[in-house]
Every structure is written in structure tokens, then in C-alpha cells.
Design a protein around this ligand. Structure first.
Ligand SMILES: NC(=O)c1ccc[n+]([C@@H]2O[C@H](COP(=O)([O-])OP(=O)(O)OC[C@H]3O[C@@H](n4cnc5c(N)ncnc54)[C@H](OP(=O)(O)O)[C@@H]3O)[C@@H](O)[C@H]2O)c1
Length: 270
């Protein structure tokens, strides 16, 4: 499978790293980016083929991954549409918020388009990506899209494109919610008299341990919480304060705000 990445930034770097780690031959990967230093770094680090011109990069590609910023995508897609026109290609867009019908309009007929929404931990191979395919995408093309995004973490298929706004709000923005929680834990530890470095280590390693336990999937997050909460104990005292403050409802409101913003951005860039 020959893959061309348009945009050689953070996400492309992670995906290429993951693909090479999975045994993909670097010679099958092309990258286009306008910044010479960026291209040079990718070529030196990974041995991939680099191009300054997007149309040159996609010329012999079977799969094209659009990995530029959402506001750059319309121009990029229209710029390669003619080159893509000759044969059927799988085009995967990882740009937040850009809808399939806009991509189809910009790219023209003949492309099998998949939208993907990865998240920031993809940078360390621990991401989660939701995918949604246009009706015309075949089972084999879906498997290829899943293999590429799966190089950076877990994947899940959506049944409706409208679910992408919820994905953006839950897992796309989600790492920031956990970072905020770690910040607050660290701050509380310092206020209780811990050295800053100790408070940070405790917060970060607690997040890692709790995340790993949840990822094992042996118990739901609610069950795990109940298991560490003894009646009348320290955890129960803390959780009672959080419940009284309505923390769950506040989280639901916050995630709703992110989903609404995602829908607005799609309107702005589409
Ligand atoms: N990072 C995340 O956590 C994350 C999560 C989910 C989805 N995404 C999506 O993934 C996409 C890429 O994100 P990223 O973090 O990898 O962004 P990034 O690091 O800014 O990478 C984008 C790259 O594309 C280059 N570029 C700009 N215009 C171009 C053009 N006309 N042709 C080819 N390349 C061009 C940029 O160069 P310049 O720097 O010169 O502009 C930059 O090197 C975005 O659409 C974002 O919404 C990112």
C-alpha cells in the first residue's frame, strides 16, 4: 500500500512512526510539506520520500492522508483533486471538524473518503481514533484506514457522521480534562504541604495507574471507583465533596460545550 501524507506535522510524524514500527516499508511512504526543515527531518528520521509539491506526493499513492490544519484543508484538497481524479484512491482526513460532503465536493468523485479523529496521545502511540466512512468505501478500504490509524493506538468505527462532534468532545479534547485533573491534584498536594515535585509525581503516576486499570477492562470505571471507596473512609469524604459540587453535571456541560464548538467549526471551515 503506497501512502502519501499531506502535511508533515505532529500527527503525520506519529502515524509514520507507528507504521514503520508495524513493519511498513519506508519507501512506500511519501510526505508533502511546504517547510523544507520539516521534510528534511522526516526524511532523515524515517527514510520516507519527501515532496514540496502535494500533487507530486499523491501521484502514485493508493492512500492519501490529509493531515493539515482544518483551515488549510479546502485549499489542499482542491489543489490535489485533479491529480487524484485518474484512479480510485482511499483518502483519509484527520482534520478536526471537516465533513464528508465538503471533502467530497473539494476532491470530486472517485475518492473513497474516510474521516478519522485521533487524539493527542497518538503522539506516543497511545491514542484512540474514531473513524467514519462514506457509503462507497469498501471493506478492504476500511481495513486499510483502520490499519493506518491503528498504528497509533486503538480505533473504533462510528455509524453516523454526526457522532464525530461527540468524539471530538470526549476523546479529542479529553486529554485536557485529565491534564486539568492532574494539575488540580498537584496543586492540592502542594497546599497540603508536599514538595511540588513530589505532588506532581504522585498526581501523574496516579493518573497512569488509574488509566491502566481502566484500560485492562476487567471492571468498569464506576466499579473501580466503588472498589477504592470504603464507607466512612478518606476517598468517600473527597467524593462527597465532588458530588455536592455537582462535578459530574459540570463535566457533562463542559463536554457538551466542546461538541457544540466542534459543530460550529465544521460550519466555519466547510
Ligand atoms: N495534534 C492533535 O492532537 C490532533 C488530534 C486530532 C486531530 N488532529 C488534526 O490533525 C491535523 C494535523 O494536526 P497536527 O497537530 O499534525 O498539525 P501540524 O503539526 O500543524 O501539521 C500540519 C502540517 O501541515 C503543513 N502544511 C500547511 N499547509 C500545507 C499545505 N498547503 N500542503 C501541505 N502541508 C501543509 C504545516 O506546515 P506549517 O507549519 O508551515 O503550516 C504543518 O507542518 C489537523 O487537521 C488537526 O485538526 C490533530
Amino acid at each position: 500500500m503506497r501512502i502519501a501524507f499531506i502535511g508533515g506535522g505532529n500527527m503525520t510524524t506519529s502515524l509514520i512512526g507507528g507504521l514503520l514500527g508495524d513493519g511498513t516499508d519506508a519507501g512506500t511512504i511519501a510526505v508533502a510539506d511546504p517547510v523544507p526543515a520539516q521534510l528534511k527531518r522526516l526524511q532523515e528520521d524515517f527514510g520516507v520520500r519527501g515532496f514540496h509539491d502535494n500533487t507530486d506526493a499523491v501521484a502514485d499513492a493508493e492512500v492519501v492522508v490529509l493531515a493539515v490544519k482544518p483551515q488549510q484543508l479546502a485549499g489542499v484538497a482542491k489543489g490535489i483533486a485533479a491529480e487524484l481524479g485518474g484512479q480510485r484512491r482511499l483518502v483519509i482526513s484527520i482534520a478536526a471538524g471537516i465533513r464528508l460532503d465538503d471533502l467530497q465536493r473539494w476532491l470530486g468523485a472517485g475518492c473513497a473518503i474516510v474521516r478519522a479523529m485521533p487524539n493527542r496521545p497518538a503522539l506516543i502511540g497511545a491514542g484512540v481514533t474514531a473513524l467514519f466512512a462514506a457509503d462507497c468505501v469498501s471493506a478492504a478500504e476500511r481495513r486499510n484506514a483502520e490499519a493506518i490509524l491503528g498504528a497509533c493506538g486503538a480505533t473504533v468505527w462510528l455509524t453516523q457522521e454526526s457522532q464525530m462532534d461527540a468524539v471530538t468532545a470526549v476523546s479529542g479534547s479529553g486529554p485536557a480534562y485529565f491534564f486539568l485533573l492532574a494539575e488540580a491534584l498537584e496543586q492540592a498536594g502542594v497546599q497540603l504541604g508536599l514538595p511540588a515535585a513530589t505532588a506532581r509525581l504522585l498526581a501523574v503516576e496516579t493518573a497512569r495507574g488509574a488509566g491502566s486499570m481502566m484500560a485492562q477492562g476487567r471492571a468498569s470505571p464506576a466499579e473501580l471507583r466503588e472498589q477504592v471507596t470504603s464507607t466512612g473512609g478518606t476517598t468517600a469524604a473527597a467524593l462527597a465533596v465532588l458530588d455536592r459540587a455537582g462535578v459530574r453535571d459540570i463535566f457533562v456541560l463542559a463536554v457538551n460545550a466542546a461538541a457544540q464548538r466542534s459543530a460550529q467549526l465544521a460550519d466555519e471551515y466547510g
